[in-house]
Ligand binder design. Sequence first.
Ligand code: 5GP
Ligand code: ZN
Length: 117
Amino acid sequence: MAGEPQADCLFCKIVAGEVPATVVRETETTVAFRDINPQAPTHVLVIPKVHYPDAASLAAADPKAAADVLRAAGEVAAEEKAESYRIVFNTGSGAGQTVFHAHAHVLGGRGLQWPPG
Ligand code: 5GP
Ligand code: ZN
């Protein structure tokens, strides 16, 4: 069923506690944890607990969960004292998406170039 946990999904396993992660924030609908390969001093992934392959499909199927991800991203940035930060949703392998469970990258703690490339 749409949104149900997927057996072969790394981030569903993190939601289930089957794969360890450094969790910095958890809400009823989201989990935020540190990226294993950080690209900035603050690099936190915020995921919905429900499984959708990317941000747009999450927003179409479950707009509340999508909004909860954005709110949690802002709360994480505030907790990390990141005055300026970037929220990134890589979508598709050509854009660098490697895990097909919707996730926001929250990047901060250093100057961030624009455009990002
Ligand atoms: P994507 O490339 O799909 O936009 O982002 C996936 C992110 O997940 C990457 O930045 C990668 O470093 C991170 N990642 C991959 N495997 C793990 C893991 O087992 N634990 C954590 N905490 N992050 C992971
Ligand atoms: Zn998943």
